[in-house]
Design a protein around this ligand. Structure first.
Ligand code: HEM
Ligand SMILES: *[C@@H]1O[C@H](CO)[C@@H](O)[C@H](O)[C@H]1NC(C)=O
Length: 418
């Protein structure tokens, strides 16, 4: 009797195990279905236009095809902007507004650099230990709040702390948006609402077009991660054997002009090329999604396809044997195939308005200001959460490009630093 029971149990167990494996394999298959994403540059550019993908001709308009995969963003952040609005006219209006806001004059760049340098100096002059990711986030957010939302941060008490809290609330909400289990909508996200209200006391919480996150998300979510990786490359990775690169970025932070941005530094590499290489190796938008609906054998099918930007940027066949290394010198001579495969700001007709000027330069500004403020000569070094020096852990390899990496790094000032 007992033995039968055991056998039955074993049988059930075996069947369950097979089931689990089958479901697992099926899920893996679903996630990695070869047709659902492309790493072929020409195919990616076509997919971004959203009319067709391989055999599928899209029945959705390009605009709907683009916003549909962002439905969760609208829900989690309570935003209506070019990425989420079903109203195509409003999307055009938003993009036009964005173009105007980021079209800074030479004098604006100078003022922005001053503001950023003084914020960085204030933060680093009194502290002896700083959370690196928070420092990067706060400077990245400051640029966005100042240029796109006209925030008068000097007049808001504890603005610095509020920015860090806001950055963390945004990141938590972003992570939750990827996971059904802990999805919270904006209306119920008290943390996110409170941190926004602290900086924008008068915005209308029930109007998704008036939500400051409409303007914060496109530039902040993308820029802080690339900024952090560039700081790490310069201070702790390939930049260790190229101190001229750091000097070139610092020179731009002191003189943020077009001429300086494009001027060859000590070893012939410009700030522009340093940023271009950062965006190639660590594209903040790793994949660009489009929803499709098409007819097949008399039935309507629907699916979401992805242009795998990161894969296009890392292809050895296109970029050479050192495709996974930070090597800004490659920008001295780029081939047409490389230009075609470079998509950090997407592609026509939805190309990012920050592509030509504002995006690359705001990255150079934050990175330049930061590496200037925490130079080793000023007594700073980077340690892990146990206080161990990390200056020899990266070995020239590509850094990780996921959101949570490098959250456990700190800047500390050694005794005797000035
Ligand atoms: C490092 C910085 C940035 C990166 C890497 C980046 C990346 C991108 C990418 C990949 C797209 C295409 C999305 C798609 O096709 O689905 C895009 C579009 C867009 N970006 Fe950016 N972006 C950055 C900064 C900014 C900033 C500062 C703004 C200012 C508001 C901005 C506003 C927009 C807008 C409005 C669009 C939609 C354009 C359209 O629909 O025609 N981006 N961006
Ligand atoms: C806030 O926005 C909602 C939705 O657009 C609108 O109905 C309401 O009148 C607005 N409130 C104020 C005070 O403007």
């Amino acid at each position: 009797m007992l033995r039968d029971f055991c056998r039955l149990n074993l049988l059930i167990l075996t069947i369950s195990a097979i089931n689990v494996i089958a479901v697992g394999l099926f899920t893996i298959y679903l996630l990695h279905r070869p047709q659902s994403k492309s790493s072929n540059p020409a195919e990616c550019r076509t997919l971004i236009q959203a009319h067709r993908f391989r055999a599928a001709k899209n029945g959705l308009s390009p605009h709907i095809s683009r916003i549909r995969p962002n439905a969760r963003l609208a829900f989690v952040f309570g935003i209506e902007n070019a990425f989420t609005t079903p109203d195509e006219g409003y999307a055009d209006y938003f993009v036009k507004n964005a173009r105007d806001l980021i079209n800074l004059k030479a004098q604006d760049w100078g003022n922005l650099a001053k503001t950023l340098r003084s914020a960085a100096n204030k933060l680093t002059s009194t502290a002896h230990r700083l959370h690196l990711a928070s420092l990067v986030q706060s400077l990245s957010l400051r640029i966005i709040l100042t240029t796109l939302l006209n925030a008068e941060l000097d007049t808001i008490p504890h603005a610095e702390q509020h920015m860090i809290t806001l950055a963390q609330a945004i990141n938590r909400a972003w992570v939750s948006s990827k996971n059904d289990a802990d999805l919270i909508d904006f209306a119920h996200n008290a943390d996110l609402q409170a941190s926004l209200s602290a900086l924008f006391p008068t915005y209308n919480k029930t109007d998704p077009r008036d939500n400051p996150l409409c303007w914060i998300l496109p530039g902040f979510e993308t820029s802080w991660r690339i900024n952090l990786r560039m700081v790490l490359e310069l201070m702790l990775n390939t930049g260790q054997s190229h101190p001229e690169w750091t000097s070139t970025m610092i020179a731009f932070a002191h003189s943020p002009t077009k001429t300086q941005f494009e001027a060859p530094g000590g070893d012939g590499v410009s700030a522009k090329e340093l940023v271009a290489e950062g965006l190639r190796l660590y594209p903040p938008t790793k994949r660009i999604y489009r929803a499709f609906e098409w007819a097949e054998h008399g039935a309507t099918r629907s699916d979401t396809f992805a242009a795998d930007v990161e894969a296009c940027h890392l292809s050895g066949g296109i970029w050479g044997h050192d495709a996974r290394k930070y090597n800004p010198l490659r920008w001295r001579a780029v081939t047409d195939a490389q230009k075609q495969a470079y998509l950090p700001f997407g592609g026509a007709p939805f190309e990012c308005p920050a592509k030509a000027v504002f995006g690359p330069r705001m990255i150079a500004l934050v990175v330049g200001v930061l590496v200037d403020a925490v130079q080793e000569s000023k007594g700073w070094r980077v340690v892990d959460k146990d206080g161990k020096d990390v200056s020899d852990v990266f070995c020239g390899e590509r850094l990780k490009n996921d959101r949570g990496s490098y959250e456990e790094l700190f800047l500390v000032r050694v005794a005797g630093g000035v």
